[in-house]
Design a protein around this ligand. Structure first.
Ligand code: TYD
Length: 226
């Protein structure tokens, strides 16, 4: 079956992962601009969301009022949003030869709900394989940052924005966010070929330079100017 490794038939599937505040969205945007400058068509999506159904689920998942939401419920909602995103957006784009960049994907569920949230990792893995039809990114960039620094960045970014309080996940305690960081690093050790760990404790352009170094070998030679 085409697309099991995220590169069917000519498209390229890349994801950014990492703790809150690591700068994934900035890096995803910088990478999109760079690829577009090389003449590649790019689709940038974010999780949870990216489809009408997914955006509804995002509202449910991040609403700070729903303190009673169980971790199992989170697993299903994140995975349900993901299946819509894969079917409606990611697979069709890959089939057209587009580079797809996703700001978070299945690894976030494995880490936030599994390794940090305490639910069964193998069950989550199976649910995600089912939800995505087995679509795995060709390369995942794990932006690594201490939990304290990440949360500080999130708070700073939101300061001054009216009604931009913390969402339900950000409100979790620091110990949880430390487990998230450790969980991502653990996944990276298990899947060294796919997951590249990049320190996010530096300026955005240095992080981008590291990401770009890793992307170049994945592009057809005639497709990018160094
Ligand atoms: P968002 O505001 O998009 O944060 P970020 O910019 O850090 O991605 O909110 C997404 C939140 O949802 C974030 O705290 C991580 C969490 N999350 C999970 O817990 N499990 C998942 O599977 C995904 C995709 C996200």
């Amino acid at each position: 079956m085409h697309g099991q490794r995220g590169d069917a038939p000519e498209g390229l599937f890349l994801t950014f992962e990492g703790p809150d505040g690591a700068g994934k969205s900035t890096q995803a945007r910088l990478l999109r601009e760079r690829l577009q400058a090389c003449g590649r068509e790019v689709l940038l999506v974010r999780e949870p969301g990216g489809t009408p159904i997914g955006e509804k689920m995002r509202e449910l998942l991040l609403d700070p009022r729903y303190t009673e939401m169980t971790v199992v419920c989170e697993v299903f909602l994140y995975s349900a949003a993901r299946t819509q995103l894969v079917v409606e957006q990611i697979r069709p784009a890959l089939l057209r030869g587009v580079v797809v960049i996703s700001d978070r994907y299945s690894d976030s569920t494995l880490v936030y709900q599994g390794l940090a949230g305490g639910e069964d990792l193998e069950v989550i893995r199976k649910i995600n394989l089912w939800a995505t039809g087995g679509l795995v990114p060709r390369r995942t960039f794990l932006l690594d940052l201490e939990a304290e620094k990440g949360l500080l960045r999130v708070r700073r970014a939101k300061r001054g924005i009216r009604s931009a309080g913390e969402d339900r996940i950000e409100q979790k305690e620091l110990v949880f966010h430390r487990r998230v960081r450790r969980g991502f690093l653990e996944l990276a050790v298990r899947e060294q070929e796919r997951i590249c760990v990049i320190s996010a404790d530096t300026d955005a352009s240095s992080v981008h330079a590291r990401v770009w170094e890793m992307v170049i070998p994945l592009l057809p030679v005639d497709n990018c100017q160094l």
